[in-house]
Design a protein around this ligand. Structure first.
Ligand code: MLT
Length: 312
């Protein structure tokens, strides 16, 4: 499209509802973040922003669907760190995270928590580590499949402790949380956006956080790094994408809308209650997301191959 057509397009845009695909089940951490952002973007854009959950294959199914969607600005993807780990975890992916998407901006970065059903025996993280080493495959842990943050955390933890547990995959950690609450699975490593309220209500047991620093909203939880798992450092960054080839004027409009959503006080307050925060405005840009994606693909490629995790 010419520059003039682009301007005309952007002035009309959006003239119909915009869909944001979440590549995991409803009720989970990505869904929660996306719904908060979508509601605020909807106000800014003056159009409904609909969230569609396309779970499966650790987020790669939904991402693949958006990669193949029309690049007209009406189908977007909100995905997390999994965009950068999937190339190392899958021998063949139905999309290229770099060339098949037009980045809009970073959204947030979310700490993770090591949690368990509330009647799991160990009283603290030290005791839990001993328990994991002693019980290995007799312990079940829920995750959202290969490519999910919860799966990556499990891989890193098992690698650090040199032990294997039994994975139970779900379409997202929303449904995995339901089973953890019901005691059908033992453990999970999941984002604070999905675990904070259950931890605070005493419905699940929490042992540690995965970030180098403690998390303000859960101040009693030690870091894994301070608990005998040196250098453990994992947080889950999220970005908003359109299919590659989307008109730059539309991307610009969407970046402005994302920035407006992240500057919204009620979004920031809701994020804070969930243990996270919006990224700074200069990070909610296509350039920042492109740079993050590229450096994280490099980082996780090395970490995953060093951990000896085979490609699927
Ligand atoms: C979800 O939304 O279900 C999660 O982000 C899944 C995960 O990556 O662990």
């Amino acid at each position: 499209v010419s520059a003039l057509t682009g301007i005309a397009l952007a002035q009309e845009y959006p003239s119909q509802p915009v869909t944001i695909v979440v590549p995991f089940a409803a009720g989970g951490p990505t869904d929660t973040v996306t719904r908060l952002v979508a509601a605020a973007m909807s106000e800014d854009l003056g159009q409904q922003v609909v969230v569609q959950n396309v779970g499966g294959a650790g987020g790669t199914l939904g991402a693949g669907q958006v990669a193949a969607a029309a690049n007209d600005g009406y189908t977007l993807l909100l995905h997390h760190i999994g965009m950068s780990t999937a190339p190392a975890l899958y021998a063949s992916l139905p999309f290229d995270p770099v060339t098949d998407f037009a980045p809009i901006g970073l959204v947030t970065e979310v700490p993770m928590t090591v949690v368990a059903r509330k009647d799991l025996e160990p009283a603290d993280i030290g005791a839990l580590i001993t328990f994991i080493k002693e019980n290995g495959e007799n312990i079940t842990y829920g995750n959202a499949g290969i490519g999910a943050a919860s799966q990556l955390c499990g891989l890193l933890l098992q690698d650090a402790l040199e032990v294997k547990m039994t994975e139970v995959p779900y379409q997202g950690t929303g449904p995995a949380m339901t089973d953890l609450l019901g005691g059908q699975i033992d453990m999970m490593c999941d984002q604070t956006t999905n675990t904070t309220s259950q931890i605070q209500a005493g419905e699940i047991k929490a042992y540690a956080v995965t970030t180098p620093e403690r998390v303000a909203i859960l101040p009693d939880l030690p870091t894994l790094a301070e608990s005998g798992v040196p250098d453990f450092n994992l947080s889950v960054w999220h970005g908003l994408y359109a299919p590659a080839g989307t008109d730059p004027a539309i991307i610009e409009r969407l970046t402005a809308s994302l920035q407006a959503a992240l500057a919204d006080e009620s979004v920031a307050n809701s994020f804070a209650e969930l243990g996270t925060a919006p990224v700074a405005a200069d990070q909610a840009t296509p350039e920042a997301l492109a740079a993050q994606l590229e450096s994280q693909i490099g980082l996780w490629g090395e970490v995953i191959s060093a951990a000896g995790v085979s490609a699927q």
